[in-house]
Design a binder for this molecule. Structure first.
Ligand SMILES: Cc1ncc(COP(=O)(O)O)c(C=O)c1O
Length: 373
């Protein structure tokens, strides 16, 4: 049975009349940038995450870069983060002239290990950038405590964590600012690129709003800052607002599938993801670990089940970022995870029989007795 890793068209199928109507309305209106849907989306997502401001931009990458810029990250500042992430988390630090300092991850969550942050702090450290990987928040309480103790900012990479929270405190509440991504494949995905900065800080919000339109001040064509062009298209804002009405249902379905995987794959010869107490996991990815993951991926492929490796190569191994790391062996948990991780399909439009086929196939491969040759 064919099980695609994600089914983007099915997301649209869930909301065809609404999207068709709203996109037609936007196209007919002629208001294509920074219009009423942008404003409404900003308010809706800020409300969902319990923060004062949402600033919609062109991508998750821009959300992070503009958030860091508006928070005052300057050339030469050190920003503590991890190397087990999508490249954008680190790329934006370097683009601002700042220096990424890599700290290892916790093997059970793939998120930054707070125990290892202290030893990475220097006189140049300005911020910690936790990445809430795969839909689960990093250990935000421990990170905030360390940041307070050392006078550092926390800026959250919440690209994969829209609607994720820890004991009711959502992504965006644990730092000075956060960046969300609406890339097509995200839990809340646009029909293209999009992102949003979340912040409770009025000054950061005002500066971020200015930076997204070239650093323009309150008066048109007067510039206070060197910025970028990073608006969210009005049509994308309209699409995202429509999909936002389904997000809770979609995330609930992801949760149902993940719960079945956790239950029905638990006594196998592979390591399952764990949910930290107090976290609601929104299951952007369901990522297992196996020392035989290439063989598992091949085995699943033969059964027409797609799977993905997020991420096969840690950031400190890539040529442009090598100079910021300490080479092979410096981040043992990160390096081990990169060799073992495999993400299984967990998208909300999976049918029960597809979920069962994944379970049956993984169980067949990873059975503790009678492994396939
Ligand atoms: C952890 C992380 N950070 C940042 C980004 C960048 O987001 P975008 O692709 O919207 O620019 C992504 C997107 O994949 C991501 O997964």
């Amino acid at each position: 049975m064919r099980v695609p890793f994600i089914d983007i068209r099915a997301h649209y199928q869930d909301v065809v009349p609404e999207i068709d109507q709203v996109t037609h309305e936007v196209l007919s209106s002629g208001g294509y940038v920074l219009g009423k849907h942008n404003k409404a989306l900003e308010e809706e997502l800020a409300t969902l995450h319990g923060v004062k401001h949402g600033i919609a931009v062109n991508s998750g990458t821009d959300a992070l870069r503009i958030a860091m810029d508006a928070c005052g990250i300057k050339p030469g500042d050190e920003v503590i983060t991890t190397a087990f992430t999508f490249v954008a988390s680190v790329e934006v630090i370097v683009q601002l002239g700042a220096i990424p300092v890599f700290v290892d991850i916790e093997p059970h969550t793939f998120n930054i290990d707070p125990e290892k942050i202290r030893e990475a702090i220097s006189s140049k450290t300005r911020a910690i950038l936790p990445i809430h990987l795969f839909g689960q928040l990093a250990n935000v309480n421990a990170i905030s405590a360390i940041a307070r103790e050392h006078g550092l900012m926390v800026i959250e990479d919440a690209a994969q964590a829209v609607a994720s929270h820890h004991n009711g405190a959502y992504a965006g509440k644990h730092g000075r600012a956060a960046g969300l991504s609406f890339y097509v494949t995200k839990n809340l995905g646009a029909a293209g690129d999009g992102g949003m900065i979340l912040t409770d800080d009025d000054e950061v919000a005002e500066l971020a709003r200015s930076i997204r339109i070239h650093g323009m001040g309150r008066e048109r064509y007067y510039y206070d800052y060197i910025g970028y062009t990073s608006r969210l298209d009005e049509i994308q804002a309209a699409v995202l607002r429509t999909k936002l009405t389904k997000l809770a249902d979609w995330n609930a379905r992801r949760g149902e599938i993940a719960a079945r995987y956790l239950d029905e794959l638990r006594s196998l010869d592979l390591r399952l993801p764990s949910i930290v107490a107090g976290n609601n996991h929104t299951w952007h990815q369901f990522t297992v670990r196996s020392p035989r993951r290439e063989a598992m991926q091949g085995f699943l492929k033969e059964r027409e089940i797609d799977s993905m490796i997020y991420y096969p190569v840690p950031i400190h191994y890539h040529a442009p970022y090598r100079r910021f790391g300490n080479g092979e062996g410096s981040l043992p948990e990160t390096e081990a995870a990169a060799k073992e991780v495999l993400s299984l399909p967990v998208h909300p439009h999976m049918r029960d029989e597809q979920v069962e086929w994944v379970i049956e196939s993984v169980a067949q491969f990873a059975s503790p007795v009678g492994r396939p040759a």
